[in-house]
Design a protein around this ligand. Structure first.
Ligand code: 5GP
Ligand code: ZN
Length: 113
C-alpha cells in the first residue's frame, strides 16, 4: 500500500486539515513554503495520467476543497499556487495523485530547476 493510502487509512500519522468521504488534506512533511498542504483523493489514483471521465466530479470537488482550505488558512487573498507533479520528469515522488497547495509568502515566478 502506498504512503498516502496509509495516511487515508490512519496507519500513518498526518496533520490533517480537511477530510470528507472522497478527499483528504494534510500538511506536507517537508514544507517548501510557510503553508504547504497536500490535497489527495482517497481513491488510489497513481498519476494525473490515470484520470478518467468518471473522475471529473472528484477533480472539480478537489479544487473547491483547495479553495476552502486557502480561505481557512488565510491565504486566499494574498495568493497561493497549486501544483501537480506527474511521473519522472514532473518530479513525482509519491505515486498517489496529489495537489500541492503552497502559500504564505510571495512565491515568485515558477522556476523549473
Ligand atoms: P511529489 O514530488 O510526489 O509531487 O510530492 C510528494 C510530497 O509528499 C513531497 O512534498 C513530500 O515532502 C511529501 N511526503 C512524502 N512522504 C510524506 C509523508 O509520509 N507524510 C506527508 N505528510 N508528506 C509526505
Ligand atoms: Zn495510494
Amino acid at each position: 500500500m502506498c504512503v498516502f493510502c496509509k495516511i487515508v487509512k490512519g496507519e500513518l500519522p498526518a496533520k490533517v486539515v480537511y477530510e470528507d468521504e472522497k478527499v483528504m488534506a494534510f500538511h506536507d512533511i517537508n514544507p517548501q513554503a510557510p503553508i504547504h498542504i497536500l490535497v489527495i483523493p482517497k481513491e488510489h489514483i497513481e498519476t494525473l495520467n490515470d484520470l478518467e471521465e468518471k473522475h471529473k466530479e472528484l477533480i472539480g470537488h478537489i479544487f473547491l476543497v483547495i479553495k476552502k482550505i486557502a480561505e481557512e488558512l488565510g491565504i486566499a487573498q494574498s495568493g497561493y499556487r497549486v501544483l501537480v507533479n506527474c511521473n519522472r520528469d514532473g518530479g513525482q515522488e509519491i505515486y498517489h495523485l496529489h495537489f500541492h497547495l503552497l502559500g504564505g509568502k510571495p512565491l515568485g515566478p515558477m522556476v523549473c530547476r
